[in-house]
Design a protein around this ligand. Sequence first.
Ligand SMILES: [Zn+2]
Ligand SMILES: [Zn+2]
Length: 355
Amino acid sequence: MSPVSEFIIISEFIIISEFIIISNFIIISEFIIISEFIIISNFIIISEFIMLRIIFLGTGGSLPTRNRNPSAVMVNREGELILFDCGEGTQQQMMRAKTGMMSLSSIFVSHFHADHFLGIPGLIQTMSFLGRKEPLTIYGPEGTGKFIELFKALGYFNLKYEIRGVELSPGDTVEGERYVVRALKTEHSIPSLGYALVENPRLGRFNREKAIELGVSPGPLFAKLQRGSPVEVDGRFVRPEEVMGIPRSGRTVVYTGDTRPCKAVLEASRDADLLIHDSSFADEMADWAEESMHSTAGEVAALAKEAGVRKLVLTHISSRYTDDVEPILKDSKKVFENVIVAEDLMELEIPYRPE
Ligand SMILES: [Zn+2]
Ligand SMILES: [Zn+2]
């Protein structure tokens, strides 16, 4: 093992000169253990840190304003891009936010009001021009299949990749890479869904000292234990549960689309890391919020409080608050402190919870 003086320390990474770092994967010929990363001889790597970033591309209500685009929220999870809604102009917001678009794997549409889907035809055509080959899946409530066919037939162009439309019902789940997206029953004026992105539990913490104490040599055997296999040392088997802590929870992000405060969102948001909720109006507009099937800041704050969410972001902000969102923020803060009003191009990193 090289002495520490040969290491270069860059934030959470420790790099030895001959290492190559590709994203969070560290390839190395020696072994070393660094905070969240466990790296074991000859190409290994058990990376426990997965980036989860939320980019608010469109935070306006039904009417766009000069500084708020219609609805679109992007999740960047370790380079995989997922869109929740795709209002008009989303592709240009992606350019402004420098998110890239070719890594977009799927779009989850909350409902087919124009402010939530009009960006799709333009975006799919641009990706075709740019030479996309990978399929794109668009999920949504009943009627999704019909709309996808319309998008594909809109204008004269040859789509060079496959677009799949998948209709979801409340409770359905879509499997991703160590996460699922669950469809939630929301309450709006037309068929609608909210979505909860729920990460799988993470591995428990690896007790390196204990493993050494039990006679396991650092190296490939560490990796084997981490993958859940027992290893043999001097005729005795060391089991993973002897050296691994209890699994740690993954992160949960809930996106509602347009809705009244409702039970499915409350349940999905229990202990969630982030709730992104329709908050079209301040409480002064409670009657109209009810009639138009949207939510007020105070109503959403009460739901967030009851659910025990860690952070609340209010979005789908009505054009009547173009110059001042203070009424929305004030009504929410009265009930729930950890809240912000979304702004276009705002980005949030969702950290793991402290242990
Ligand atoms: Zn809307
Ligand atoms: Zn709507």
